[in-house]
Structure formats: C-alpha cells, structure tokens
Design a protein. Structure first.
Length: 187
C-alpha cells in the first residue's frame, strides 16, 4: 500500500472515531489518541519528505501548521473536565477542524505527493507508516529513511531503487508517553 492510501485509510478511522464521539463522549479520548499518533507519524514519514520538494514545500508547511493548531485544541481538551457541558462542544470543534484538514490533504496534498514521489518510494513510505502506526501506539518508531535535503531524503523523492521494508519491533505497551505530541519527533 502506498503512503497516501495508508494515510487516507487512517483518515477513515479518525472520521469514524469523531462520529462515534458525538454520541459517546468516552470515545473522545480514543479520537484524540489516534489523532495525535496520526499527525506525529504523518509529519515524520510524509511531510518531512515533502518539505524538501519545491513544488510541495509551502503546502507541506501549511499542513504541519494546521497540525499544531489541532495540537493546541487537543491540549485544551485534555485539561478540560470531561463532565463539563462544554466538553462535547470542544470535541465537536476539534473534529470539524480536523475533518476540514483531512479533506484538504486528500484533495490537494496527496495528489501532489503522488506526482512527486516515485511509486516504489510511495510503497516504502506506506510500509513505514503502517509499521509506525502499530509501533507508535506502543511507542517505538522505525528509523526515518531520510530527512528533507539529506541524501536519503532526496533519494526518496527521486530515486528508482526499491528499499527493503523495516521489520517492526515487538510492541510492549499501548500508552503514549506524556511528552509525545504532534511535532515532538521533528527536533
């Protein structure tokens, strides 16, 4: 599966969790957890690569900025009492902003990425994303094949050589560390 399809598939999970949280506020924590994991992975394994490509640079930066806005909403939600009457309204606002963001990614950014990244590298990134999704829910991450501007990052954008997928490590826990947040892995 290529990277954009893997991201779209996980977008479906996010949309479903948001819809469920409208009628079952207990699902909100799952929605927030998946959203944090998704954006963390997306920045590390997708946007870091796109930022190195001139045609995608601005759109990639805009999308990452939207991730940070979403993170601020999440942090506000995490401090807000679950039993407060406005909690559900805040979850709804988060979901609506997120849905708009996902729609923009799917209609503007992902088609651009499919044009810029060679198919074999799209497949490699898709594999890394799938592995990271499993591992991030257990904390461990596979290595990044290359940052934007590095030889490995440029190779992912323009190389024709197929890379072997990284084997996932054993997952021991399903809780996120307290310092894991959107953008926390970009340092």
């Amino acid at each position: 599966m290529n990277i954009t399809q893997a991201l779209v598939d996980h977008h479906g999970v996010l949309r479903q969790l948001f819809e469920q949280s409208k009628t079952n506020i207990a699902v909100a924590d799952d929605f927030i957890r998946h959203l944090t994991v998704h954006h963390t992975m997306e920045e590390k394994y997708f946007y870091d690569i796109l930022e190195g490509e001139a045609q995608a640079h601005k759109k990639a930066l805009e999308a990452v900025n939207e991730h940070h806005i979403i993170e601020m909403i999440i942090k506000d939600l995490q401090r807000f009492p679950r039993d407060h009457e406005n909690f559900a309204i805040k979850v709804e606002s988060l979901g609506e902003y997120t849905t708009h963001h996902l729609d923009e990614e799917e209609t503007v950014i992902f088609p651009m990425a499919e044009q810029l990244l060679p198919p074999e590298n799209q497949a490699t990134l898709g594999t890394l994303f799938a592995q990271a999704k499993t591992m991030l829910l257990g904390i461990t991450l596979p290595p990044v094949p290359g940052k934007a501007g590095s030889k490995a990052g440029k190779a992912l954008i323009g190389a024709k050589k197929k890379e072997a997928p990284v084997k996932p490590a054993a997952v021991e826990t399903r809780t996120l560390p307290p310092d894991l947040g959107i953008g926390s892995l970009r340092k």
